[in-house]
Design a protein around this ligand. Structure first.
Ligand SMILES: [Zn+2]
Length: 193
């Protein structure tokens, strides 16, 4: 899935789609300066924050999925580490300071060309509130997680895996693939968590 790039990002001339020599995929190539515009997956980094047996969720104030619940997470910026990005997103979306930040899950979402990296972390204090991209920020008991109001399949999968790991106390790195078909599960409350 490539987003159309109609004009060259180097010189502004029109591009055309062509498979460059030695390549296998169609690329947007500048008709004037021959710049090839490669498109690659985006990394989204965020945090699963535990406090007092509860999990911190944010209700989205932005599209997509306005009004739905998610973990604090967002696109990694250039020149930052993935963990720094997760800490930054948590501060931006939940005004929360965190510690003990450890990588917990890496999920590939090939149909939308994204990779999610979620870190487990703990609140430094009880100071948190909705940032500009959140309508509200709340700590949820397991029983109260708004399963049918979650924003994304990857968040649902992360929470299910986490709650299962919590039973055993073994939080090994989780990896997996999120497919387009999993979206229908967002309407269901998971069993056995
Ligand atoms: Zn050009």
């Amino acid at each position: 899935m490539n987003i159309p790039i109609h004009y060259c990002m180097q010189c502004g001339s029109k591009t055309h789609q062509v498979i460059p020599d030695g390549d296998q995929k169609l690329r947007h190539v500048c008709s004037k300066c021959d710049t090839i515009h490669y498109q690659n997956p985006k990394i989204i980094t965020g945090c699963l924050i535990e406090h007092d047996n509860k999990i911190l969720l944010c209700r989205r104030a932005i599209e997509p999925q306005h009004g739905k619940w998610t973990l604090p997470a967002g696109f990694m910026e250039n020149n930052e580490t993935s963990s720094d990005g997760a800490i930054r997103e948590t501060l931006e979306e939940a005004n929360a300071k965190i510690s003990n930040v450890h990588l917990y899950s890496v999920y590939d979402i090939p149909h939308i060309s994204q990779v999610y990296m979620i870190y487990r972390a703990q609140l430094v204090d009880m100071e948190f509130s909705a940032g500009s991209e959140s309508l509200e920020v709340k700590l949820f008991n397991k029983e109260d997680i708004p399963w049918t109001e979650l924003a994304f399949s990857v968040i649902r999968q992360t929470l299910i895996t986490y709650l299962n790991d919590k039973k055993s106390g073994n939080y090994n790195l989780q990896t997996g693939v999120i497919t387009a078909e999993m979206k229908s599960l967002l309407k269901e409350v998971p069993e056995n968590v």
